[in-house]
Ligand binder design. Sequence first.
Ligand code: MGD
Ligand code: MGD
Ligand code: MO
Length: 689
Amino acid sequence: MVRGACPHDCPDTCALRITVQDGRAVKVQGDPDHPPTHGALCTKVSRYAERTYHAERVLTPLKRVGAKGVGSFVPVSWDEALRDIAGRLRAIAARDPQAIVPYSYAGTMGLVQGESMAARFFNKLGASRLDRTICSSAGGEALVATYGAKIGMHVEHYARSKLILVWGSNSIASNLHFWTFAQEAKRSGAKLICIDPRKTETADKCHQHIGLLPGTDGALALGIMHELIVNDWLDHDYIARHTEGWMKLRERALGWPPERAAATCGIGADEVRSLARDYGTIRPAAIRLNYGMQRVRGGGNAARLVAILPCLVGAWRDAAGGMLLSSSGWFNSVRNDSGLQRPDLLGARRPRIINMSTIGDDLLRESDAQLPDRARFGPKIEALLVYNSNPVAVAPESPKVVQGFRREDLFTVVLEHFLTDTADHADYVLPATTQLEHLDVHLSYGHTYAMMNEAAIAPLGQARSNAQIFRDLARHMGFDEPCFADSDEELARCALHHNVDFAALRERGWVKLTLPDAPFADGGFATPSRKCIIDSPQFGVPDHVPNYESAESSPELARSYPLAMISPPARNFLNSTFVNVKSLRDIEGKPVLEMHVNDALARGIVSGQRVRIFNQRGSTQCTAVVSPRARPGVVNGLGIWWRKLGVDGTNVNEVTHQRLTDIGRAPSFYDCLVEVAPLPDTLPRHTAA
Ligand SMILES: Nc1nc2c(c(=O)[nH]1)N[C@H]1C(S)=C(S)[C@@H](COP(=O)(O)OP(=O)(O)OC[C@H]3O[C@@H](n4cnc5c(=O)[nH]c(N)nc54)[C@H](O)[C@@H]3O)O[C@H]1N2
Ligand SMILES: Nc1nc2c(c(=O)[nH]1)N[C@H]1C(S)=C(S)[C@@H](COP(=O)(O)OP(=O)(O)OC[C@H]3O[C@@H](n4cnc5c(=O)[nH]c(N)nc54)[C@H](O)[C@@H]3O)O[C@H]1N2
Ligand SMILES: [Mo]
């Protein structure tokens, strides 16, 4: 048995036990001793061995021979690939290293196989820096502005809550191990309320579902505050001692009676009233906020408003009350990012920053060296090195992303397990190891344990770990600082400060941080004043910020494209990962669009029919499912399919846009108007019984 950690971008970061027989991983199970994992894995990760031994794994370096996007490659040796890549990068760097851009996200959340040797490599090179905003930076920066860090409740304590608001989270699909604690609370009599435009499988299991319009959570929070004020359900002592700026927000909230909030949210005023009564009167009251609610223009403001709620009612006084959006900030004092990433290798250089969420536009931009400094983009992007991400499938507004990746004058290297939509556009694909084949150290954004992942098996074929590939590239570039020789094990040892006992981490597989049970019972937020910041010096007093695209904010656009589309994850995929694992794809079937019966009827659409989703940016085809999971006016396009495994070689990001959130420069995937039309002659055929 080998101890591992799940590498995926998920709050749960499960502890794994891998059974190896004759050098082959035969079983991947959850560690029964690790409290949050509790011996259980999701369906996807229990199939991890199937993914690792998949017949289509890329196991040798590949060089492109066909057109970009077609996916025709020939195998080449590591030496040939590395020499050619280093030569190409050296030539570009000689003109301006900022023309080289790293593109990575959380394909693995590991500290070693994420930004360690890779960061050292790009720092030394002086490449563009990447603003990694594609997922959580709106809510994350909102939390930092409010609490001073991304910190909150311990997940285990939800088991004792009496009220749980599951807010913008399909926990059963994407935060299963929190859900186990919520179920325990439910069995002990807690009330569970789900706040989500989609009636998810999680909503089905809650006592109440509030199906608001996407991007209206700020208005709902203000409506709740109105009721807390007028019914005097406030904890005046907590507010006075542990918050800053309440009087200004109080005044704003008084302008949001339930009727106004309800009209904005597209729900009933009684729903706002009863939600506020529950929140104002049931103790302990806990909120599990998740990132689904911040993928809209006003996501940052909305997250701030929700984060303020537990202070207003003093919910933090109890360990089983408060809120959790992310726990990652609890690790700030243990992670050694600068040791791992070596920003000192930049010297005095401060390369430009490219936002990963606007890669579509940025790949299509020309150099504009003649413009004044402030407006400058800098050099045209000439090379992209992609690892731990599949941008052609996951980045917004894919018509532009694809056009960018197809540029003949762009040199693209992709480190991957599979020929993804992105890898299909590469000049070189380099075979990377999976979590079973390499060493890593993990932290979590849903619990408070540091985790170890040992290599369970030898790398398959010629696969190399990301850290190894960047070590090899550094050697070919002639980078001779000793830090470029650090092994994966040395990187793992360097990932955490000495306040975490590395030997104990290795021995046990995980180490829990020492933290107070009720972290803000007596204030003590991570802000300079130790108070919760309501009136932020940077962002002011939070407000409801309407979507970019909605009947409220863009009535003209809404006449042509009257349906709001959200595109949350399909349960059996992890973003675009696992879409090519057949047993999981079989469960999901095909790309679907859930529609309310009224919206379907109005368009002559029936369940099972192929439809076209379109707007001014593009169009994508999928199968309509007329379903109570969709509310009127909102359609749910479950993601994120590989384009080439979809219906017409595209996916939902064909229609999403690149405009950024109010806080955190993040994409607004769920702030998107579309129209849907049936495709002729695509009714499902019924064979006579
Ligand atoms: N099975 C599975 N698990 C995953 C993932 C996956 O792809 N599949 N992805 C992982 C990743 S990268 C992340 S970031 C997390 C994502 O998990 P979450 O943070 O939970 O975010 P989403 O899944 O985007 O959305 C969660 C819910 O928010 C709802 N939602 C959409 N718009 C709004 C809104 O405006 N307001 C409110 N209140 N709700 C809204 C969606 O309908 C959805 O049910 O999950 C991780 N876990
Ligand atoms: N429309 C829409 N778009 C979305 C979202 C949405 O809800 N709706 N969600 C957004 C969110 S929350 C996120 S986080 C992003 C996610 O976007 P990405 O971070 O790109 O996530 P994945 O699609 O899972 O792709 C990760 C890739 O990394 C590869 N990988 C895994 N481990 C390793 C490794 O060790 N080495 C190397 N070299 N490769 C590895 C996997 O094979 C996989 O192809 O997508 C965003 N896009
Ligand atoms: Mo994410």
